[in-house]
Design a protein around this ligand. Structure first.
Ligand SMILES: Nc1ncnc2c1ncn2[C@@H]1O[C@H](COP(=O)(O)OP(=O)(O)O)[C@@H](O)[C@H]1O
Ligand SMILES: [Mg+2]
Length: 593
């Protein structure tokens, strides 16, 4: 065949392969067009999963009569005119090819009324001359019989339910991005979602459910031209899949490796490996710092400074997740109580201590450290009657402390405390484990681990493999604060352990640690491995169930939790405490109803 220019329709059909994968991708393009046109109300009607019909009605600017044919033409756009515009683009669209692509693979009718027009005008891909039509200001786009003329593509469409599901995903993504716009969605004549214009937090609740909203941390930080805001779910709300991860760049939903990786890392310390974090995050930056013209569907982006973006997202998110327990923060909660909802807000509560200051305050916070040591001693040494410092001597307790004061211990497992809101339940092992873990990290970060020689060195029966591991990893163990050596073919002698763990079950701790060391592949990076080891140490060092605590010991634990980063969840991502408000309790007894 000789070389020849392809006809326009065929060019559009080729382009459609990238833009119009399925009904949901049509929906994305047309909702974006409505938003670009400044719509405040967008109404989506679908039939048969959007394959049979997609009808989008908006109250946006509308299209003047003489521009209507251009709207369906290839490479015709009202959004950019120059390369400079392209580089600083802040509209969803700019390629001018979505409607043309859609019109090349479906029956399209476009009717629109501009602000000053007497009535609407309508064109379709069969009839390019505009005809008068009825309608208020705005645009109605109908896309019928997707792929009617490209049967090969039609075969790739899935069941009606699947295609509808993808449409719902797109609808929700767009709705999350623009809480100031009202959206409705109906399918086969039934209204499925009706979202009124509202605040960002209410929209999140409307779309993702109150359960998500009740278990999140607000994120909102700015650094120069960068801003990250939104909500990050605590590990208790983690998912088995990535279905609850929404990342937006300048209002555009994206799937980006840099951002996903930064988020993953921020959760690494508190989320079990097989679980996926849930979040809705909005990154804003100068449009010139990000290239959205990477792929026709624009869900991929390229950052000019991807390292900087990664750092920023990682640190902001990690800080938000690590913020210590505070009365104003969202509470961990199984259900959505009014209290949880009231505490949930977009702007990060300003009373969170800035993290750096918080860390130094941990290191130099003498009274807290004393209380901690007293508690640790008391907790691990049943014979000791040492009383931790009374809570009133702690710096943060001028007003009532967030987690309140202990009143009892339940079955040797839970600490019950009373705070302003009602009853606080603490899983004492999980909470103590988290505190120990954070403290171990701190001690190690600060340099030499405080190591305590054992008065009577402990002899531990060990397997050959364990003894070999002790020899092979002597360096690591030493750095963690242990001193041990082979004492015979089946015996280890332990001469020193980290001070923080001196009162724990030393043999069990050493065995767990050695088995960890043996199991870990040698290729693991030191840092990830170190934290895993610390987690094992914390788990074995933490107060066991059935160890009864005195009230002062319990109060010391509560104060320690308040002063500890990420105290809301143990190292395995389980919550460490939960609040039952007076309202919750009243409900149990049908009080005041
Ligand atoms: N709902 C709408 N309201 C007003 N104008 C619209 C609407 N949909 C499309 N348009 C106009 O049609 C043009 C072409 O749309 P499209 O093919 O999606 O390209 P792009 O969005 O990249 O400009 C847009 O630039 C816009 O001027
Ligand atoms: Mg568009």
């Amino acid at each position: 065949m000789p070389i020849r220019q392809l006809p326009d329709l065929l060019i559009s059909q080729i382009a459609a392969g990238e833009v119009v994968e399925r009904p949901a991708s049509v929906l994305k393009e047309v909702i974006e067009n409505s938003l670009d046109a400044g719509a405040t109300r967008i109404d989506v009607q679908l039939e048969e999963g959007g394959v049979r019909l997609l009808r989008i009605t908006d109250d946006g600017s509308g299209i003047p009569k003489d521009e209507l044919p251009l709207a369906l033409a290839r490479h015709a756009t009202s959004k950019i005119a120059t390369l400079d515009d392209l580089e600083g683009v802040n509209s969803y669209g700019f390629r001018g090819e979505a409607l043309a692509s859609i019109a090349s693979v479906a029956r399209v009718s476009l009717s629109s009324r501009a602000a000053n027009a007497a009535h609407a005008w309508r064109i379709s891909n069969h009839n390019a001359t505009a005809e008068p039509a009825a309608g208020t200001q705005g645009t109605v786009l109908e896309v019928a019989d997707l792929y009617f003329n490209t049967p090969a593509r039609r075969k790739f469409l899935k069941t009606e339910a699947t295609e509808y599901g993808h449409c719902v995903d797109v609808f929700q993504r767009m709705a999350l991005a623009r809480p100031d716009v009202s959206f409705t969605l109906s399918h086969n004549g039934n209204v499925r979602q009706r979202l009124l214009a509202t605040t960002p937090e209410q929209r999140l609740k409307d779309v993702l459910g109150p359960e998500f909203a009740g278990q999140t941390r607000a994120v909102d930080e700015q650094a120069g031209p960068l801003r990250l805001s939104g909500l990050a779910a605590l590990p208790a709300y983690s998912r088995a899949t990535r279905d609850a991860q929404f990342f937006y760049v300048n209002g555009r939903f994206v799937r980006d490796k840099v951002l996903a990786h930064a988020a993953r890392e921020a959760y690494a310390d508190i989320l079990h490996g097989s679980r996926h974090p849930a979040y809705v995050l909005f990154l804003e930056l100068d449009p010139r710092g990000v290239d959205v013209n990477v792929h026709p569907a624009k869900t991929e982006v390229r950052f000019r400074d991807s390292r900087g973006i990664h750092q920023f997202v990682f640190h902001v998110l990690q800080r938000a997740l690590a913020a210590p327990v505070h009365s104003g923060s969202a509470t961990i909660h199984a259900g959505a109580t009014e209290q949880a909802q009231a505490g949930y807000q977009f702007a990060a509560p300003t009373h969170y201590p800035p993290p750096l200051q918080h860390q130094t305050s941990l290191a130099v916070n003498e009274p807290a450290a004393h209380a901690y040591l007293a508690f640790a001693k008391a907790a691990f040494n049943p014979a000791s009657g040492a009383l931790p410092s009374p809570p009133t001597s702690l710096p943060q307790s001028q007003s009532a402390p967030p987690l309140g004061y202990a009143i009892a211990q339940l079955h040797g497992v839970y600490v019950l405390a009373q705070n302003e809101a009602g009853l606080v339940l603490v899983d004492m092992h999980a909470a103590h484990e988290r505190i120990l873990y954070e403290r171990l990290k701190h001690v190690l970060d600060a340099g030499a681990p405080a190591s305590q020689p054992l008065l009577i060195p402990a002899l531990i029966h060990a397997s050959e493999g364990e003894i070999a591991a002790a020899g092979e990893h002597a360096d690591t163990l030493h750095r963690l604060g242990f001193e041990l050596a082979a004492a015979g073919p089946q015996e280890l002698i332990v001469r020193a352990v980290p001070t923080l763990l001196a009162h724990g079950d030393v043999p069990a701790l050493i065995r767990a640690l050695l088995s960890d060391l043996r199991e870990q592949p040698a290729s693991r990076v030191i840092d990830a491995r170190r934290n895993e080891l610390l987690a094992t140490m914390a788990c074995h060092g933490a107060v066991r169930a059935n160890r009864s605590l005195t009230i002062p010991e319990m109060n010391a634990l509560l104060r320690d939790m308040e002063a500890t980063e990420r105290a809301d969840q143990c190292n395995h991502g389980r919550p460490t405490w939960s609040q039952l408000s007076m309202k919750d309790l009243d409900k149990l007894f049908l009080r005041g109803q």
